[in-house]
Design a protein around this ligand. Structure first.
Ligand code: AMP
Ligand code: MG
Length: 432
C-alpha cells in the first residue's frame, strides 16, 4: 500500500514553519504498512491544492493531508477539494455540531466565520475534531472509469490536533482495526531500527556490510551520516508484526556480526549515555583534561542524567601556562613537542588522573582552526590520550586528522575521546 503526504500552507512553502507533520505522519503510516511514496508541500493557493489532489490520487492508496482548514480567507483546502471532486460545498450538520460544541465548551459565541468549517464537499464525511474547531474531511475518491481508488484524509495543520485526529480516526480506518493493529485495510507492517557507529567513514561501513546493503533486500539496510555518526537504517516490510520483528532481529544481528563493536548503540541511545552506563557498570570514574574542545567533552559526559556517579571534575587548560600550572605538564615537553602532541596529552591525562583520583583520564589537544595549522600539523590535527589507573601499560595516545570546520573538529575530537574510553571499558583495542 502506498501513501502520499500532502502539507498545505504558505508558512511551509516560505520556510517560516518547518513541516514536522510530514515526518511524523510518514513514521505512523510506515508502521501500518503504508509506504510513503512522496511528500508534497503546496501553498494556500486554491489551484495549487487542487492540482496536488489531481496529481496524487492516481499514485497512492491513501492521500493524507494536513493544513488549510482554518476559518479565514487564507485557508482554502476544503474549497480546493470541492473543486477537485467537482462537488458543491454543503453545510454538514454533524460538522456544525462539532464546531459549535468547541465554542460551547469555552462558553463563547461561535463567530459567523467559523460556519465555513462545517462545510463539506457533497459526498465527503466529517472526521471529528476533539481538540480544536476544524473538523477533518474524509472521502473515498473513485475516478469515473473506476480505475483510481484513493482514500483522502484531511486534517488540521496544528500538529497537536492533527496527531489526535490521526490516532483517533485515521489510523484505525487505514489499519482496519484498533490503533497499532494490522488489519485487512493494510498490506503489512514496516518496522524500523537504527544502529549507530562512530569512527569509520560511510563507505568503509558500507564495505563491511557488503551484501546486506543490496537495494532489493528485505529488511533493507541503508546508511546515513549525521553529526559524525554513521548510522544504519533497517526497514523491515512484512505481512505481520511477528514476521517483521523476527526478520528485523536476524538482520540486526547480521549487521552486528559485520561491524562488531563499531556499533555503539541503537535508535534513541546516545554515545555519552552508552559510555556512562559502561562506567557505572564497572563502578569506575573518569576525568577530563581539555584544550581545543574547551570543555565539550565534559559537557557531553554531563549531558547524561546521573553522570555524577562517574564524573567529579575536569579541566580546561587552553594556554600552555595553564597546562603546566594546573596539570603539571612539563614546560620542556611543551617546548620540544608543541602543545598539540601525543607527549603533551599524555602528561595532561596523567596530571588529571593524579589530581582527581579518578580511574581513568581523557585528554585532548588539537588544532581546531581555522588558523594555526602547519604543514606538519594541519587544521584538524588532534592528539588524544587515555590513561587508566588499572592499565599497567600506562595508557594510550593517538593522533587523528578530523575533517571540517572548527565546530566539527571539536565535536569529533570529543566523540573520539569517548570512543577510546568505550573500547577501554570493553577491554578491546580501538578497531581503527
Ligand atoms: P492550519 O490548519 O493551516 O490553520 O494550520 C495551523 C497552524 O499549524 C499553522 O499556522 C502552523 O503553525 C501549523 N502547521 C500547519 N501545518 C504544519 C506542518 N505540516 N507542520 C508543522 N506545523 C504546521
Ligand atoms: Mg494554514
Amino acid at each position: 500500500m502506498r501513501a502520499i503526504i500532502l502539507s498545505i500552507g504558505d508558512e511551509l512553502t516560505l520556510g517560516q514553519t518547518v513541516d514536522t507533520n510530514s515526518a511524523w505522519l510518514a513514521k505512523q503510516l510506515a508502521g501500518i504498512g503504508f509506504r510513503p511514496a512522496a511528500h508534497l508541500t503546496v501553498p494556500d493557493d486554491r489551484d495549487a491544492i487542487r492540482q496536488a489532489f489531481e496529481e496524487s490520487v492516481g499514485r497512492c492508496d491513501a492521500l493524507v493531508v494536513s493544513g488549510g482548514l482554518g476559518p479565514t480567507e487564507d485557508d482554502l483546502t476544503r474549497q480546493a477539494l470541492a473543486d477537485f471532486l467537482n462537488q458543491p460545498l454543503e453545510l454538514a450538520p454533524a460538522a456544525l455540531e462539532n464546531v459549535e460544541r468547541f465554542f460551547r465548551a469555552l462558553r463563547r459565541e461561535m463567530p459567523e466565520k467559523n460556519r465555513i468549517q462545517a462545510m463539506l464537499p457533497r459526498g465527503a464525511e466529517m472526521i471529528e475534531n476533539t481538540a480544536g474547531t476544524a473538523p477533518g474531511i474524509y472521502c473515498n475518491y473513485l475516478s469515473g472509469d473506476q480505475k483510481t481508488v484513493c482514500e483522502i484524509f484531511i486534517m488540521p495543520g496544528v500538529p497537536k490536533e492533527m496527531k489526535i485526529m490521526f490516532e483517533r480516526s485515521v489510523r484505525p480506518k487505514l489499519a482496519g482495526g484498533e490503533p497499532g493493529r494490522v488489519g485487512p485495510g493494510s498490506a503489512g507492517v514496516i518496522l524500523s531500527k537504527t544502529l549507530h557507529t562512530f569512527g569509520l567513514g560511510e563507505s568503509a561501513v558500507a564495505e563491511r556490510l557488503g551484501e546486506l546493503m543490496r537495494r532489493d533486500r528485505n529488511p533493507s539496510v541503508g546508511t546515513t551520516v549525521a553529526n559524525g555518526y554513521v548510522s544504519l537504517r533497517l526497514n523491515a516490510y512484512f505481512p505481520t508484526p511477528a514476521e517483521a520483528e523476527r526478520q528485523m532481529a536476524e538482520t540486526a544481528s547480521a549487521c552486528r556480526a559485520a561491524l562488531g563493536d563499531l556499533i555503539w548503540g541503537e535508535d534513541e541511545q546516545t554515545l555519552p549515555e552508552v559510555v556512562g552506563r559502561l562506567l557505572a557498570g564497572a563502578r569506575e570514574t573518569v576525568t577530563t583534561a581539555e584544550s581545543c574542545t574547551g570543555g565539550l567533552l565534559a559537557k557531553l559526559i554531563t549531558d547524561v542524567p546521573g553522570s555524577s556517579a562517574y564524573f567529579k571534575q575536569g579541566w580546561v587548560t587552553y594556554a600552555n601556562d595553564a597546562k603546566t600550572a594546573l596539570l603539571g605538564v612539563s614546560p620542556v615537553t611543551l617546548q620540544r613537542e608543541g602543545a598539540v602532541s601525543e607527549a603533551v596529552v599524555a602528561e595532561m591525562a596523567a596530571g588529571a588522573l593524579e589530581r582527581s583520583g579518578a580511574d581513568s583520564a581523557l585528554a585532548i589537544s588539537g588544532v581546531a582552526g581555522p588558523d594555526g595549522g602547519t604543514t606538519e600539523k594541519p587544521v584538524g590535527t588532534v592528539c588524544l590520550a587515555l590513561v587508566a589507573r588499572r592499565d599497567a601499560a600506562g595508557g594510550s595516545t593517538r593522533t587523528f586528522i578530523f575533517h571540517g570546520d572548527r565546530e566539527m573538529v571539536r565535536d569529533r575530537s570529543a566523540k573520539m575521546a569517548l570512543t577510546m574510553l568505550r573500547f577501554h571499558l570493553l577491554g578491546k583495542p580501538l578497531p581503527f
